[in-house]
Design a protein around this ligand. Structure first.
Ligand code: SDX
Length: 435
C-alpha cells in the first residue's frame, strides 16, 4: 500500500493498559486512517464498530466518494463527466484497467465482451426449476452461482489470465441472464444475444424482442439505460461490494463471489431500494397523500422509511440522483410522458422532504434509487427486475474490487471479532434438571 506515514495516534487507557502508538496513513484524497492491526496483540482489546461506520476495511484506488461535496469519482473521473462523455463499456474498461480506453483499446474490449454474451446452452435448464413468479434476484443468485460449474478452465484465482477471463465472462453474461430471468417470468422464449448490437441495445433486444416481432432499437432509451448502468457501476465499499470482497478473501471463485454480492444487493436497504421506492410512490398515489405519508415516516413506531432517501456516505446530495432525475426527464419527454403521474409525484415528494426539518436535520437527500425506478418503468422494465439491472451494472464494480483485493499483498481472509455478551461457561444439566 503506497501511502505516507507522517502522523501517529496514541491510545491511552484508564485501566492501566500501556498506551499504544499507531501509525496514521494518508491517502491521495479522503480521511486518514489509523492502523490498528497491532491493537489486539498489544492490548488484548478489539475496536467496536457495528456497520463499520468508522472502519476502513481495505485500501483501494477504484472509486472515491465525498459525501459532503456530493462527489463520486471512478478512477479519478467525476461521474457527471463519465455519464455524458462515455458509455458503459468504456466505464467498465476504466474500472477494470485504471485508465479510459483509447479507440483501439475500446474496440478490442467491446469485441471481447460481445463475443462472450452467450451462456452455455444448458444454462436454460436451471430456469425451469424456478416458479414463473420467482423474484428475478432469486433466479440471478442461483444462475450466476451456477455459472462456475461451466468454467473450470478459469477458476484458478491466482492466475491473472483466469481472473481476466472470468471478469469478461461475468460482465458479458449478466445482461443475458437478467433478460432470461425476465423472459422466463413472462413465459416468452429466451432471445439470444445479437453481436451487431451495442451492449445496452443488445440487452433491450433480449428483453423485448420476440420470435414474432423484432425490437426496434430506440437510441434515446438505449442511451438512458447505458447511463443508468454507468451510474450504478461502482460505489466504494458498500454492503454488496464488501460481501464480494469478504467472499473472495476465502478464495471462493469469482462467480460464487458475485452471486454473494447479488444476494446482499437484494436487500431493500441497499439495491432493493429502487423497487421499494417505486412501490412507495404507487402506495402514496397522489400529491394529496404526501403529508400523511411523511407523518408516518416521522413516526418511529411506524417503521416506514422514505425509500430512495438517505445514504451512509452522502450527507449532502447523491450526484447520481441528480443525473438520474435528468435522465428521467429526457426519457419521459422522448416518450411523450412529461406528465407521468409518478414522476410528478416524486418531484413533489422530493421538494416537500427537502424543505422538512426532519429530513434536513438528518441529512436525508434523494439517492440514486429515488428516480431510477421511474426511468426503468418508463423503459418498460418491470419493477421486480429493477434490482437485477442494478446487479447487472454493479457486476463490473464488484469484479474490479475483487481483482484489486486478490492482488493486494496485504489481503487476508476476512474474519471480524466480537464483543461477547452471552452466558459465561456453564455445565449441561441432565434432562430431569432442565427448567
Ligand atoms: C444504496 O452504501 C452505498 O454506497 C449504497 C449504494 C451503492 O451504490 O452501493 O449507494 C446504493 O444502497 C443506496 C441506499 C438505498 N436505500 C434506501 O434508499 C433505503 C432508505 N434509506 C435508509 O434505509 C438509510 O438511509 C440507509 C440505509 C441508506 C443509510 O442508513 P444509515 O447511514 O445507517 O443511517 P441511519 O439509518 O442511521 O439514519 C440516520 C437517521 C435515523 O434517524 P434517527 O435514529 O437519527 O432519529 O435518519 C433516519 C434514521 O431513522 N433515516 C431515515 C431514512 N434513512 C435514514 N428516515 C426515513 N427515511 C429514510 N430513508
Amino acid at each position: 500500500m503506497t501511502t505516507t506515514v507522517e502522523n501517529k495516534a496514541t491510545l491511552s487507557f484508564s485501566d492501566g493498559t500501556p498506551s499504544l502508538e499507531m501509525p496514521i496513513y494518508t491517502g491521495t484524497i479522503g480521511p486518514d486512517v489509523i492502523d490498528i492491526r497491532k491493537l489486539y496483540a498489544s492490548t488484548g482489546k478489539f475496536t467496536y464498530d457495528p456497520g463499520f461506520m468508522s472502519t476502513a476495511a481495505c485500501n483501494s484506488s477504484i472509486t472515491y466518494i465525498d459525501g459532503d461535496k456530493g462527489e463520486l469519482l471512478y478512477r479519478g473521473y467525476p461521474i457527471e463527466q463519465l455519464a455524458v462523455n462515455c458509455d458503459f463499456l468504456e466505464t467498465c474498461y476504466l474500472l477494470l484497467n485504471s485508465e479510459l480506453p483509447n479507440a483501439a483499446e475500446k474496440a478490442s474490449f467491446v469485441s471481447l465482451v460481445t463475443n462472450h454474451t452467450m451462456v452455455h446452452e444448458q444454462m436454460q435448464f436451471f430456469f425451469r426449476g424456478f416458479r414463473r413468479d420467482a423474484h428475478p434476484m432469486s433466479v440471478l443468485v442461483g444462475t450466476v452461482g451456477a455459472l462456475s460449474s461451466f468454467y473450470h478452465d478459469s477458476l484458478d484465482i491466482s492466475d491473472p489470465h483466469h481472473r481476466e477471463v472470468s471478469a469478461i465472462r461475468l460482465i458479458a453474461k449478466l445482461p443475458t441472464l437478467v433478460a432470461m430471468a425476465y423472459k422466463y417470468s413472462v413465459g416468452q422464449p429466451f432471445v439470444y444475444p445479437r453481436n451487431e448490437l451495442s451492449y445496452s441495445a443488445n440487452f433491450m433486444n433480449m428483453m423485448f424482442a420476440t420470435p414474432c416481432a423484432d425490437y426496434k432499437v430506440n437510441e434515446v432509451l438505449v442511451r438512458a439505460l447505458d447511463r443508468i448502468l454507468i451510474l450504478h457501476a461502482d460505489h466504494e465499499q458498500n454492503a454488496s461490494t464488501s460481501t464480494v470482497r469478504l467472499a473472495g478473501s476465502s478464495g471462493a471463485n469469482p462467480f460464487a463471489c458475485i452471486a454473494a454480492g447479488i444476494a446482499c444487493l437484494w436487500g431493500p436497504a441497499h439495491g432493493g431500494a429502487n423497487e421499494a421506492a417505486l412501490s412507495m410512490l404507487e402506495e402514496i398515489g397522489s400529491v394529496d397523500n404526501i403529508g400523511e405519508f411523511i407523518k408516518q415516516v416521522k413516526d418511529k413506531n411506524s417503521g416506514v422509511k422514505l425509500m430512495g432517501f438517505g445514504h451512509r456516505v452522502y450527507k449532502n446530495y447523491d450526484p447520481r440522483a441528480t443525473l438520474m432525475r435528468e435522465t428521467c426527464y429526457e426519457v419521459l419527454e422522448a416518450l411523450g410522458l412529461q406528465n407521468d403521474r409518478l414522476f410528478k409525484l416524486a418531484m413533489a415528494l422530493e421538494k416537500i422532504a427537502l424543505e422538512d426539518e426532519y429530513f434536513v436535520s438528518r441529512k436525508l437527500y434523494p439517492n440514486v434509487d429515488f428516480y431510477s425506478g421511474i426511468v426503468q418503468r418508463a423503459l418498460g422494465i418491470p419493477v421486480s427486475l429493477f434490482t437485477g439491472i442494478f446487479a447487472l451494472a454493479r457486476t463490473v464494480g464488484w469484479i474490479a474490487q475483487w481483482k484489486e483485493m486478490i492482488s493486494d499483498p496485504e489481503q487476508k481472509i476476512g474474519r471480524p471479532r466480537q464483543l461477547f455478551v452471552g452466558p459465561t461457561r456453564r455445565d449441561v444439566p441432565p434432562m430431569s434438571r432442565r427448567g
